[in-house]
Design a protein around this ligand. Structure first.
Ligand code: COI
Length: 354
């Protein structure tokens, strides 16, 4: 454990928690009373503050707005039945955050600010953690460039902020996805593995076009042939073929190294389900479906947790699944939920006590 940073804390005079309907918590719509703000200047992190959640005052020439130096993470905190609060694998997100920072030519955020700052913020806003099934406190750390200047350059100044959102399921119902053959999310050498804001901005047109055809999201493919499967809009993807779990490999740097993805792989290993991390061609998927060997498809992500996929469309092929097929994904979800809620032993030390 690292030392807590010197944090200046200013608390709200009146909490707004009573204004929030905890029976209706759409993803990422409501925010807790406080936020953490750290400032980087003169080549160092100069201040860390926890203060009432509020608007930011930003210069119109802010480099993040013009040139996109902006990264984020998604993490979840849970309260167990004894009221103890735990964060799921935050250290993995901390490491990935700094991997994204390095790729986007931004400074690293030190462990004591990221981890201990987050812990302190959650301690202050712990009453906001929902207790309902499939609910959690979604933690959004992010960093962006704050130089006020239009020259294209890596900024000298940054803000690192953490906000918290009590939240329900990201996808409340099974998803219909379409294999993307026109647009590209990521190519080798690009920024696909980083959690930078632009990856999401660049995906919106494709998902809007998919929605117009009656689908929820796209299944991204490689930049050259549009045949090799990558990930779904906001999550990694798994295919169960011949009783094996197959997921696209990370080796080309085009896919996010998902924390839920790797937790699912660990759980599948414990269940003695063979896991293959490798390149997956869309024709393999269609053929396996036609031969009755493609058993289920599901997505994994912090926001999405384990998301059942009902339909995968590729050209004229419509691959359909229903509740009776989601056997492995539901078992993995059950095991993951049990660890998160402290109803099963945390043998991998995934839960970080607040
Ligand atoms: C997450 O799973 O936390 C994500 O980052 C997806 C998000 C863009 C909603």
């Amino acid at each position: 454990m690292v030392a807590a940073p010197d944090i200046q804390v200013t608390k709200v005079q009146h909490s707004k928690i009573k204004d929030v309907d905890f029976g209706h918590l759409p993803f990422g719509k409501f925010f807790t009373d406080h936020m953490l703000v750290a400032k980087y200047d003169n080549r160092k992190w100069e201040s860390v503050e926890i203060k009432p959640y509020q608007s930011l005052s930003l210069d119109p020439s802010l480099t993040a707005l013009h040139y996109g130096q902006s990264i984020f993470e998604g993490i979840k905190a849970y309260k167990d039945e004894h009221g103890e609060v735990f964060i799921f694998r935050p250290y993995d997100n901390f490491k990935r955050f700094n991997t994204s920072a390095a790729r986007m030519n931004m400074p690293e955020v030190p462990e004591e600010i990221f981890m201990e700052g987050m812990r302190e913020l959650i301690r202050i806003d712990r009453d906001w953690i929902p207790a309902e099934k499939d609910h959690s406190l979604y933690i959004r750390p992010f960093m962006f460039a704050t130089d006020a200047m239009l020259g294209v350059h890596p900024s000298d100044t940054y803000l690192f902020i953490i906000i918290l959102s009590p939240t329900g399921p990201y996808y409340p119902r099974p998803l219909k996805i379409v294999v993307e053959e026109k647009y590209t999310r990521a190519a080798p050498g690009g920024v696909g593995f980083a959690k930078n804001a632009g990856n999401y901005g660049g995906s919106l047109l494709a998902s809007t076009e998919a929605q117009k055809q009656g689908y929820d999201q796209v299944l991204w493919t490689d930049a050259f042939e549009h045949k090799w499967l990558q990930e779904v809009g906001t999550m990694n993807v798994f295919f169960v073929i011949d009783n094996k779990a197959v997921t696209p490999s990370l080796d080309e740097g085009t896919i996010l190294d998902g924390v839920t993805r790797k937790s699912v792989i660990t759980i599948l290993n414990e269940m003695n389900v063979p896991v293959e991390e490798r390149h997956v061609h869309v024709d393999e998927l269609v053929k396996a479906y036609q031969e009755g060997r493609l058993q289920e498809v599901f997505g994994t992500g912090t926001a999405a947790t384990i998301a059942s996929i009902q339909t995968v469309k590729y050209q004229d092929h419509v691959l359909e699944f229903s509740e009776k097929d989601w056997i492995l994904s539901m078992e993995v979800k059950k095991r993951l939920d049990a660890i998160r809620l402290h109803q099963a032993p945390d043998t991998h030390e995934w839960m970080f006590k607040v």
